[in-house]
Ligand binder design. Structure first.
Ligand code: HEC
Ligand code: HEC
Length: 209
């Protein structure tokens, strides 16, 4: 468990983004407006209540509030810059105020997570091992250390359980290439091969809520 200290430091450094946004802090009007925006606009791509049906569009349901907020800020600041982020999310996020970002993140975090999808048994077993133990020979730490034992996420560490496998593989590639600025993850997965990532993603998509 020697990796716990650095994570504590990371969390401390991120105290600003994690400065608790609780549903109760938000005015009922803002909460209602965010709900409406989610179901009239965002739902066209991210699905009803953030449970999407296409791997191009990530599930947002049950994602953590600080992570959702950080991503919407990254789209607005244009630091998350792969072609899909640019063409779908930059314009969308440019319209959102800080308060709306808080409110809509709170809304999605409270939705029931998407259903799991079972994949190839061999891939899932290989992925589970990488997720839980890392790959010592390549210096890759266990994903579970940050993303949680069931991949349900915590604070700035996103939920990965039940997420579309194709989406997860694509994010790993854009984080490796630094098209998406994510310094912590970049160091973790810079040496992970595409086959290894496919295995982890298949395992993650199969994890039930
Ligand atoms: C026209 C389609 C479209 C609409 C409408 C849309 N999105 Fe997205 N969104 C995307 C795509 C595509 C991605 C993945 C981008 C990538 O691959 O980097 C994404 C990614 C995201 C992410 C990052 C999720 C993660 O796991 O990292 C968040 C958060 C998000 N969108 C929130 C919203 C919100 C809130 C709205 C409504 C205000 C919205 N989106 C509307 C297409 C859309
Ligand atoms: C030291 C902590 C840490 C470890 C270990 C870690 N991650 Fe992450 N991961 C993060 C953080 C922080 C983010 C959010 C990056 C951001 O804000 O853009 C993230 C984001 C991700 C994303 C993007 C999710 C999305 O919705 O777009 C994927 C995929 C991912 N991690 C996979 C993995 C895999 C696979 C492993 C194990 C090989 C792993 N992570 C290990 C900290 C970690």
């Amino acid at each position: 468990m020697k990796t716990l200290a650095p994570i504590g430091m990371i969390l401390a450094a991120c105290a600003v983004s994690s400065a608790a946004v609780r549903a109760t802090d938000l005015s009922p009007d803002l909460g209602r407006a965010a709900h409406q925006l989610a179901e009239t606009t965002c739902a066209n791509c991210h699905g009803v209540s953030g449970r999407s049906t296409s791997p191009t569009f990530p599930n947002l349901a049950a994602q953590t509030v600080p992570y959702l907020q950080a991503q919407l800020h990254a789209f607005r600041d244009q630091t998350r810059g792969d072609p899909d982020a640019l063409s779908y999310m930059w314009g969308m996020a440019s319209q959102l105020s800080d308060a709306t970002i808080e409110a809509i993140s709170t809304y999605y975090a409270a939705q029931a997570p998407s259903r799991a999808k079972t994949g190839d048994a061999k891939l899932m077993a290989r992925g589970k091992q990488i997720f839980e133990e890392g790959v010592t020979s390549q210096g890759i730490p266990a994903c579970a250390t940050c993303h949680g034992p069931q991949a349900r996420g915590n604070n700035i560490f996103p939920r990965l359980a039940g997420q579309h496998a194709d989406y997860l593989v694509k994010q790993a590639l854009v984080i490796q290439s630094a098209l998406r600025a994510a310094p912590i993850m970049h160091d973790v997965i810079k040496d992970l091969s595409k086959d290894q990532m496919r295995a982890v993603a298949t395992y993650l998509e199969s994890l039930s809520p």
